[in-house]
Structure formats: structure tokens, C-alpha cells
Design a protein around this ligand. Structure first.
Ligand SMILES: Nc1ncnc2c1ncn2[C@@H]1O[C@H](COP(=O)(O)OP(=O)(O)OP(=O)(O)O)[C@@H](O)[C@H]1O
Ligand SMILES: Cc1ncc(C[n+]2csc(CCO)c2C)c(N)n1
Length: 269
């Protein structure tokens, strides 16, 4: 079975130079192209970092209000209008029932594409934005694309579950849902997985959860409580409050699993 590598290197402040060593782990995933989708929740503190990493920036409907209102708050010493001009989305998409008129006009005047998909009331704004990124010409090989979704966790439970459902509906894409406190992504059953844990910024708390379907057989290494051909299901065993013990975690399963890991708080000076 093919191995899929994962690394939250997008959270590292600067690309880390890799010293070649004999005992070095296999290299992290080949260079990925990032897109960022901003949802309608308070921006996490590292939103500017992800924004600058991304080559395509999309706001899901009311996510545009958050970029407009909250980006300047993350740069309190700078002119708010200057910050808004520096952090201008490429596209705003959704059913447009949450974006404010002043915000819409501001971005329309800057030439931002604002796409009204209010005719579709069966898919969420996040779904519409992921479909947009997937259909864009950003990368030819979709396995090299990684979509970072900010503001996806915490908040309304139906929205959170809708966001997690998007991971399952687009299980062929790398999509990472982020909040200030944790990140989650899917580990598709079509691959075995190597997760390179970025110790300075993430962990140690983690979980491995069969949300879409039960698993008859999951095995892991690198965790405090490893699974060994173990069954997991809601109503039975699921792996929450687990702890990462090594730089490299491996997972293989007969079911799509959700991987979640905590994000470390910055040390206050
Ligand atoms: N409280 C929340 N918790 C988690 N995700 C949220 C929350 N609020 C909004 N989102 C995400 O942001 C997207 C845009 O939200 P917005 O409030 O603009 O539209 P909405 O009409 O409430 O959402 P939708 O049209 O998708 O039902 C949603 O599709 C959802 O993915
Ligand atoms: C069975 C079912 N449940 C809920 C909705 C409502 N809904 C789901 S996504 C969406 C779009 C929000 O921008 C809306 C209104 C539906 N259509 N079908």
C-alpha cells in the first residue's frame, strides 16, 4: 500500500533547513502548494502566517468580514487600511447571506471576484470554496495541493460537523481544518500514513477517530496508547486523549480516520 506523508510544516514560522543525517527520517511530503480558506469565525493568531504561505486565498461568505475586521487587529501598530490592502482575498464565495455590504463593496472595488452561489442550498459555503480551489488551475497534480481551512473548529456544532463532512466528501484532497487550539485532517484508508510531528508547534495531545465508518482493524506506532489490529467505532473504542511519543507517528487502517493534534500556545514574553 502506498505511503502518504503528513507534516504541519505550514505552522512553522520559517522553513526549517533539513540537515542531512544518516538516521534521518524519510523526507516530509514533497513541496506542497497551499490554498487558504477563511471561514466565518474569529481569525486564529497564525492566520497571517498561513495566508502568506498560500498561493490562493478564498473567503467563505462571512469569512470576508473576519479578514476585513480581524486582520488589522492582529497588527495593532499598523494602519488598518494598509493591512486590509496587504491581506486581500482572491475570491469570496458562498451564498452571500453573511458578508456585510460595506465589506463586499470594499473588496469589489479592489477587483476581488465575489461569486454568489445562493442557488445551491444543499452544500455549505466551505464545500463551495473547496470545490472552487479543487477546480482552479493552481496545481495540476491534486496530491500536491493542501487546503488550509481557518476557523473550522469551535463554535456551532452543526457547522463543525459540516466542516468535518467536507473532509469525507473530498477524501481525495489534502484538507486541514484549523482552530487556535488544534488541527484535524483525514487519513484515507487507501494509504498507510506517516505523520511527521512538528514538536515545536503541535502535540502532544492527539486523537484518531473513525467518524465516517467503524474500523475493524487499525494499527499505529509512535503513540502512548498504540492500536494493534484494533477495532474502533462510536459506541465502542475510539482513540481520544492519546499522546504523541515520537517525532514520527504511523497509522494504517481499513477505514478513513480523522487525525487530530493539539496546537501549542506561543510562550508569552
Ligand atoms: N460557528 C462556526 N463554527 C464552525 N464553522 C463555522 C461557524 N460559522 C461559520 N462557519 C463556517 O464558515 C462558513 C461560512 O459561514 P457563514 O456564517 O458565512 O455562512 P452560513 O450561512 O452560516 O453558513 P452556510 O451557508 O455554509 O450554512 C460555513 O460554511 C462554515 O463552514
Ligand atoms: C437535509 C438538509 N438539511 C439541511 C439543509 C440546509 N442546508 C444545508 S447546506 C445549506 C446551505 C447553507 O449555505 C443549507 C441551507 C438542506 N439543504 N438539506
Amino acid at each position: 500500500m502506498e505511503v502518504m506523508c503528513h507534516a504541519s510544516s505550514f505552522l512553522l514560522p520559517h522553513p526549517q533547513p533539513q540537515e542531512p543525517r544518516e538516521d534521518a527520517p524519510p523526507p516530509p511530503p514533497a513541496a506542497l502548494t497551499y490554498a487558504v480558506i477563511v471561514l466565518n469565525q474569529r481569525l486564529p493568531r497564525f492566520a497571517p502566517l498561513l495566508w502568506n504561505r498560500a498561493q490562493l486565498r478564498v473567503c467563505a461568505d462571512g469569512g470576508a468580514n473576519r479578514v476585513y475586521d480581524d486582520m488589522p487587529k492582529l497588527f495593532p501598530d499598523q494602519d488598518p487600511q494598509g493591512v486590509r490592502l496587504r491581506y486581500t482575498p482572491d475570491v469570496i464565495k458562498g451564498d452571500l447571506d453573511s458578508i456585510r455590504d460595506d465589506v463586499k463593496d470594499f473588496y469589489l472595488n479592489l477587483g476581488v471576484r465575489v461569486v454568489d452561489e445562493s442557488h445551491d442550498q444543499d452544500t455549505t459555503d466551505l464545500h463551495k470554496c473547496v470545490a472552487h480551489v479543487s477546480n482552479s488551475a493552481l496545481v495540476e497534480d491534486k496530491s500536491k495541493l493542501c487546503i488550509l481551512v481557518v476557523g473550522a473548529l469551535g463554535g456551532r456544532f452543526d457547522h463543525e460537523i459540516g466542516n468535518i463532512n467536507v473532509l469525507h466528501r473530498f477524501s481525495n484532497l489534502r484538507i486541514v481544518l484549523l482552530s487556535d487550539d488544534c488541527l484535524i485532517h483525514l487519513l484515507p484508508k487507501t494509504h498507510s500514513h506517516v505523520i511527521h510531528v512538528q514538536q515545536p508547534v503541535e502535540g502532544p495531545h492527539c486523537g484518531l477517530i473513525p467518524i465516517g465508518a467503524p474500523s475493524a482493524c487499525t494499527s499505529t506506532t509512535g503513540l502512548q496508547w498504540n492500536l494493534s489490529d484494533t477495532a474502533m467505532s462510536f459506541g465502542g473504542l475510539i482513540s481520544t486523549s492519546n499522546v504523541v511519543k515520537e517525532d514520527k507517528v504511523t497509522v494504517s487502517s481499513d477505514a478513513d480516520l480523522i487525525w487530530t493534534i493539539s496546537i501549542k500556545k506561543p510562550i508569552k514574553e
